[in-house]
Structures are given as structure tokens and as C-alpha cells.
Design a protein around this ligand. Structure first.
Ligand SMILES: [Zn+2]
Length: 130
């Protein structure tokens, strides 16, 4: 059903707006890329298809942001984490749990689930600690 959709940033965002985390899967070697690529990063293959990620992963590291881009300046300080998805690829996203602040630490290795929040008229990918 998604075969005709090009592997672009716009298509990636359109999927996010429909609460789907989509990357590419190589038909030759099975490698997964997130965000989507037009060439497989493993074998340079060009026979790719869309692949939906479940959105479950483990937190690899995180940091607190004190100097934010303009659209996030009212959120500082906030946490940004890198999670390894159960399918393999890593994603970087804001951690949105309400009880997370500078005075408590977050467990590295914690199970996380991606969530979507509406900002500036589009869905933004975030991480929630399970
Ligand atoms: Zn490949």
C-alpha cells in the first residue's frame, strides 16, 4: 500500500502525523534505516520498502537542554534521550514525562515507548519512560 510513496522527509512527517513511525527496509539485505533512506546504508542497495517500527526501545543515554531552539524555549530545561528501538535503529527525541526534572536521574536502559505530541500543527516524536 505504501510502495508508491517516495522516501522523503515530507513522507516521513506525513506518517508521523498519522502516528506511524516509518523507515525503510532493504529488500536485498534486510537492513532497516530510520529515518528513511533512498539507498541502503549497509549494502548500497536501492530496492527498499517502507517499514513501520513498533516504537518500543531502551534508553541509551540522555541529557538536559538549557539552551533551546526558539519554539522550545519555554520548555527548558528538558531532557533529550537516545533510544535504541527493538528493531535496531536509534532515535533521538525529547523525553516528555511530566515528573522528569533536573533533580532526578533517568535510568539508562529503561524501557521507553515513542509518543506523539502536537506542536506547530504537526506531530513531534517524543519518548516516554515505561
Ligand atoms: Zn541492504
Amino acid at each position: 500500500m505504501n510502495e508508491k510513496i517516495p522516501f522523503t522527509v515530507n513522507a516521513f512527517q506525513d506518517f508521523l502525523n498519522n502516528k506511524k513511525l516509518m523507515g525503510t527496509k532493504c529488500r536485498d539485505c534486510g537492513n532497516l534505516n530510520l529515518p528513511p533512506r533512498i539507498i541502503c546504508t549497509e549494502c548500497d542497495g536501492k530496492r527498499l520498502e517502507w517499514h513501520e517500527f513498533k516504537g518500543n526501545g531502551t534508553l541509551q543515554t540522555y541529557t538536559f537542554i538549557y539552551t533551546a531552539p526558539t519554539f522550545l524555549k519555554d520548555k527548558v530545561p528538558y531532557a533529550v534521550g537516545i533510544a535504541k528501538l527493538e528493531e535496531g535503529p536509534m532515535i533521538t527525541a525529547r523525553i516528555t514525562d511530566a515528573d522528569i526534572n533536573e533533580s532526578n536521574s533517568i535510568d539508562i536502559g529503561a524501557n521507553v515507548k515513542i509518543e506523539y505530541i502536537q506542536e506547530s500543527g504537526r506531530n513531534i516524536l517524543t519518548l516516554r519512560i515505561k
